[in-house]
Write a protein that binds this ligand. Structure first.
Ligand SMILES: [Cu+2]
Length: 136
């Protein structure tokens, strides 16, 4: 009986595709409660043999989560949304201050030291959960 339940779980929640996307060093830059948005940074690696495509990011604490890149236009820094988030096999994408980042609307204030859960939805229908630390 236990074996049957386990096998059913394996079919409903395939593990292979989730393991291919490895997230490290995920953190959120804290800002005062008066600021409505936060930026999040992390390293995303595809350790698998096939491309991984991220469909969306979600979190109870944040809404309107979008991936932004920072570009220079006529000597001015601009942010623009990245809509295609496909990570090739063996490719690493680094989100860091001054570069790519997640832009998120804060549903409630953040505080340094706090851990926030985020869910990543992939194009194969699987979900991956990660924890982000709020830093000063
Ligand atoms: Cu931004």
């Amino acid at each position: 009986m236990v074996t049957r339940i386990f096998l059913t779980m394996m079919i409903l929640f395939p593990l292979a595709s989730q393991a291919d996307l490895v997230i490290a060093n995920a953190w959120i830059k804290n800002l005062p409660p008066t600021v409505p948005v936060r930026a999040a940074y992390m390293n995303m690696s595809n350790t698998g043999q096939e491309a991984v495509c991220i469909v969306s990011f979600s979190s109870e604490k944040f809404s309107n989560i979008a991936l932004h890149e920072t570009v220079m236009n006529d000597g001015m820094m601009h942010m623009q949304q990245v809509t295609d988030l496909t990570i090739a096999p063996n490719q690493q994408i680094i989100l860091e201050p001054g570069g790519m980042h997640l832009m998120m609307r804060a549903n409630e204030p953040t505080r340094p030291g706090e851990s926030v859960q985020m869910t990543i939805k992939l194009s194969d229908g699987s979900h991956q959960s990660l924890m982000m630390t709020v830093k000063k």
